[in-house]
Design a protein around this ligand. Structure first.
Ligand code: 13P
Ligand code: SF4
Length: 307
């Protein structure tokens, strides 16, 4: 170790032929050393296209698993293996199977925020960037959708299908914290501000937002908008990227304590140790891998959604 962590990481990255992918909620210093920062859909596309030998994934379990599903010939590493998404854990594979038996004529669309074992039992995967488009592609009248109840409501408003949320009420413990009253109060204080919200927020929050989209769609909206102030209703990590992209405007978090502790587990030191010791490897059992891959591929074929 030279004493300069960033230089050490860059050196090891070259030695390992690695690419560093980071989600928009990562710590600022982790975003800054990444080769690519993005939302779940963009990170999946990057993972599908990279020719690196090693993918170091700074995100949560389901994201690194998706990279592994798309790359059975590469090594996928996660700097801290405790970085899990509690929402993904709300929908085990057995529950998907039970719902499938209950609704035999329905297709199943699962949010990418699910474990690989659950993805193996669905017809298509979606992200917050393309939920309605993927649901609309299903050839059944009823679509089982999970685990996020809020995203299911958002998708339902943008499709004619009947959506059945599975489980009954899956949620993100971070986005559930946003509430309409607080946002309306902020809007009163900053009447010229545009409200940008993530669809994992409750429907009444999305209702008062000027724009609803994935983390990268929020980023792109802030880049093109004429507004000078933005109220941001998603995990606060995105604000670092927003400020880098538009240093000339003001970003106000809708709730400052909206922090995903799991996303924040990755630090520069852990990134360094991960590359040094080639740990912690993320693998998916082969029988799950093939089935989950089909469902992820259905989503990746819908490229026009990356707008
Ligand atoms: P995005 O795909 O919009 O980045 O969302 C991922 C996520 O986990 C949101 O909580
Ligand atoms: Fe999961 Fe919510 Fe964290 Fe996103 S913000 S990774 S949905 S717990």
């Amino acid at each position: 170790m030279s004493g300069n962590l960033v230089e050490d990481i860059q050196r090891l990255k070259v030695k390992r032929k690695a690419v560093i992918l980071a989600h928009n909620y990562q710590r600022p210093e982790v975003q800054d050393i990444a080769d690519f920062v993005g939302d779940s859909l963009e990170l999946s596309l990057c993972a599908a296209q990279t020719d690196a030998k090693v993918i170091l994934f700074c995100g949560v379990d389901f994201m690194a698993e998706t990279a592994a599903i798309l790359n059975n010939d590469k090594t996928v590493l996660i700097p801290d293996r405790n970085a899990i998404c509690p929402m993904a854990a709300m929908l085990p594979a057995e529950l998907v199977q039970l719902y499938r038996e209950k609704y035999p004529n329905s297709k199943v669309v699962l949010y990418i925020n699910t474990l690989a074992e659950a993805k193996a039992h669905c017809d298509a995967v979606c992200t917050s960037a393309n939920s309605a488009e993927i649901v609309n592609r299903m050839d059944s009248e009823t679509v089982l959708f999970g685990p996020d109840w809020n995203l299911a409501q958002y998708a339902k408003d943008h499709t004619d299908k009947t959506l059945v949320p599975i489980p009954k009420f899956g949620f993100c413990p971070v986005h559930i914290l946003f509430n309409q009253e607080a946002i309306l109060a902020l809007k009163k204080l900053h009447p010229d501000a545009e409200v940008l919200a993530h669809p994992e927020c409750p429907p009444e929050v999305c209702e008062v937002a000027d724009f609803v989209g994935s983390t990268s769609k929020i980023y792109r909206q802030a880049l093109v908008s004429k507004a000078r102030k933005f109220i941001i209703a998603t995990e606060v990590g995105l604000i670092h990227r927003l400020k880098k992209g538009r240093g000339d405007v003001t970003f106000i978090p809708a709730y400052e304590e909206a922090v995903c502790a799991h996303m924040k587990l990755h630090t520069l030191e852990k990134v360094y140790l991960s590359l040094k010791h080639m740990r912690y490897e993320v693998t998916v059992p082969p029988q799950i891998m093939a089935l989950a891959r089909n469902a992820v591929d259905v989503m990746l074929e819908t490229r026009e959604t990356l707008t």
